[in-house]
Design a protein around this ligand. Structure first.
Ligand code: ADP
Ligand code: MG
Length: 667
């Protein structure tokens, strides 16, 4: 059944649902409420003015509708309930009038004005609450859809589906844990009427999600160990020649990691290694040297990064470093068709040694001559399946991941249990610590002054805002708004421009290049610059609405400055959440910050939110549901290794979804 086959979903609601990321019936029925409103009769005995109230009452007068102006009306009536009489006003619900006959039962939700004894209602529901409580599902919305709309679609879909709903928990485990059926759990989670039942439904759905996830991980791990690697013969002296081309000397940690990689590459075992190192620790060069070793032994390398900006930067670095020694190409979404075809050819016939790109690298039509190494930068941004997909391109390429976001140990054990980990602790010499300040919006004059100082020194500044456009639904600062403000303050003397994720890639690259070459002094951006960007002359990072971000994200952003010799600063602006943000003033240890984040906010921030594909869960939360995760891990491994005969079909189905995910790239 397709989404449009759900009764009540027309083309208009279809596109609205798409906006919410709902494309299939399964997306719809697993579009879980973000929270629940519990409706319960308000106790009027101890009530403050202006408090939110809920009254289970009876209409006592015929509602009077007053037209205020076109498109705006107000309806007034009297209501009895909780042994009192109230006045009720509500805007723009004149259409309810016909139902509000004297004596009818209604639930009124609104704000109570004690002096006037009037409830200004935000909602009126027909019917009675009685002594029970009523739980209402609240969904994350987009303009034009209400929670009620979504609820209606979900319930219709559940009705039409009957029992035709995928269920990934094997029978014996459903029995073991006495889980409700999938159908029942979905019904409850969307239409709960008891808190207890809601809990068990949630646990069931979380368990299933984690079971499915861990099954895939365990399956992939098992498949990995079956593969033999490429046995190379790379000598130390082979790589030392390239060291001479570097504009700096490598740190001991960098050398240590390169050696670990060399040993891996020379062994017959397939390399599966993660390089962890704080932002700015110099992971890139390590990976480039790994790619160089791979080229020396006659194989092709692919370097995959999460953004085009970063792809460009790495590409330029490689060009600079390798010159004519290596044939390097850049392949991204904005590469022209003609150029793409040439690259495809070169990759297939082996004339290209290295290719850098975004996930365009793992699209189906890219075929390699002999892919020997796959490097993934900012590894936490990619889903396991995406990485797997790229791995599947070559015979048994070695794989190397780089991540600036350290993974808390408990978590890493489960998700990255099959990897070898190299850590770069030491920072390149001469790095100055980035001074961090937390300011309030009222301190803006001071902030502008600090910015002005940097500009006078001929340094560049990044300014971060969480939004692209102003949106009336929030008070967040937008990129466009900031540009206007910055123009007023600095526009006469300095160049200011913006870059954000929704821009065409060509434009993004142009702007980033202009910033690199100092044709732009202040670059205002959303978090697209978060990962990897390296402009040494940028010495200040100003982040608006800093409270919106996790500590790790802020630390990453901060890592964009202080990349060279210039003393740098990071200014966090927020009126709330100051305590948490001040942690950043006191430490620049990314490992510590990620632990803090994990404690405070769970894994969401660690792995990015939407970008991370299979790292985000619809209902499970790695931190809160850690116990369920561990159980699901044990159970799925057991299930994989000793599948009961009557569950073989389910197992194969699960395996086929791993494969399917590998081919189908969802953005
Ligand atoms: P990250 O680990 O965050 O990816 P990069 O690889 O981008 O860090 O390196 C940050 C900056 O430090 C780059 O400009 C890089 O050229 C420089 N760098 C790397 N290694 C060294 C070193 N050993 N000495 C001096 N600078 C270095
Ligand atoms: Mg990097």
């Amino acid at each position: 059944m397709e989404l449009k086959d759900v009764k009540g979903i027309g083309s208009k609601s279809l596109s609205l649902l798409n906006k919410l990321g709902i494309y299939t019936v399964n997306d719809l029925i697993t579009y879980y409420p973000v929270r629940y409103d519990v409706l319960k009769q308000t106790d009027f005995n101890n009530l403050d003015d202006d408090m939110k109230v809920i009254v289970d009452g009876r209409v006592e007068s015929i509602p009077i509708v007053i037209r205020i102006k076109t498109g705006l009306n107000k309806m007034n009536f009297r209501l009895s309930g909780t042994d009192r009489i109230f006045g009720v006003s509500i805007f723009n619900r004149a259409f309810l009038k016909q139902h509000l006959t004297i004596g009818s039962n209604v639930i009124v939700i609104g704000k109570y004005d004690k002096v006037k004894n009037i409830i200004t209602a935000s909602d009126i529901k027909l019917g009675r609450l009685g002594n029970s409580i009523k739980i209402e599902s609240v969904y994350h919305l987009t303009n034009g859809l209400t929670s009620k709309n979504i609820s209606t679609y979900v319930n219709m879909a559940l009705l039409q589906l009957g029992h035709d709903i995928d269920d990934y928990i094997p029978n014996y485990l459903v029995e073991k844990y006495q889980f409700p059926s999938k159908k029942m759990a979905l019904n409850i989670i969307h239409n709960p009427n008891e808190i207890e039942k809601l809990k068990s439904a949630k646990i069931r759905l979380k368990y299933e999600e984690l079971f499915e996830f861990m099954f895939k991980i365990n399956y992939l791990k098992r498949e990995n160990t079956k593969l033999d690697g490429i046995k190379r013969k790379i000598y130390k002296k082979d790589i030392e020649s390239i060291y001479k081309l570097l504009p700096f000397t490598l740190t001991n940690d960098q050398k240590k990691v390169i050696e670990e990689i060399r040993v891996d590459m020379n062994s017959s075992k397939r390399m599966n290694r993660l390089i962890q190192g704080d932002v700015g620790s110099g992971k890139t060069i390590v990976s480039l040297i790994a790619m160089y070793m791979n080229k020396l032994s006659g194989y092709q390398s692919a370097l995959m990064v999460p953004t085009e900006i970063l792809a460009n930067q790495h590409y330029n670095n490689m060009k600079n470093l390798f010159g004519d020694l290596v044939e390097v190409k850049l392949l991204t979404g904005s590469t022209s068709k003609k150029e793409k075809n040439l690259i495809y050819e070169g990759l297939l016939d082996g004339t290209i040694d290295m290719v850098v790109g975004t996930h365009a690298l793992i699209q189906e039509d890219v075929k390699y001559h002999n892919l020997g190494l796959v490097v993934t930068d900012e590894q936490h941004r990619f889903g396991v399946n995406q990485r797997e997909n790229l791995k599947n391109k070559g015979l048994t390429p070695d794989v190397l991941y780089m991540s600036a976001t350290p993974i808390p140990r408990t978590y890493a054990l489960t998700i990255y249990g099959d990897m070898d980990v190299s850590t770069i602790k030491e920072m390149p010499k001469g790095r100055k610590e980035v001074k961090t300040y937390v300011f309030k919006n009222d301190d803006m004059p001071k902030v502008l002054e600090m910015m002005y100082k940097e500009l006078q020194e001929n340094h560049q500044i990044y300014v971060i805002a969480p939004l692209i456009e102003e949106s009336d639904s929030s008070n967040l600062v937008s990129v466009n708004e900031l540009k206007d403000k910055m123009n007023v303050a600095f526009g006469k003397k300095y160049n200011i421009d913006i870059v954000h994720g929704k821009m065409p890639s060509k434009m993004k690259d142009e702007i980033m290049n202009k910033f690199s070459s100092h044709k732009i002094d202040i670059l205002i951006s959303t978090t697209v610059i978060e990962v990897g960007i390296d402009v040494k002359n940028a010495s200040q990072m100003v982040i608006f609405d800093a409270n919106r971000f996790g500590l790790s994200t802020l630390h990453q952003l901060r890592g964009r400055v202080g990349r060279g010799e210039i003393a740098s600063s990071c200014i966090l602006i927020s009126d709330t959440d100051t305590k948490r943000l001040q942690i950043l003033e006191s430490t620049s240890d990314g490992f510590k910050l990620s632990e803090e984040d994990f404690k405070l906010r769970g894994s969401g921030d660690l792995f990015g939110t939407k970008q991370s594909g299979d790292m985000t869960f619809k209902i499970a939360n790695i931190k809160e549901d850690y116990k369920i995760l561990v159980q699901a891990n044990t159970d799925s491994l057991e299930f994989l290794n000793n599948t009961p005969v009557d569950c073989l079909k389910l197992r194969d189905e699960l395996i086929s979804t791993v494969r399917k995910d590998n081919v189908l790239e969802k953005e």
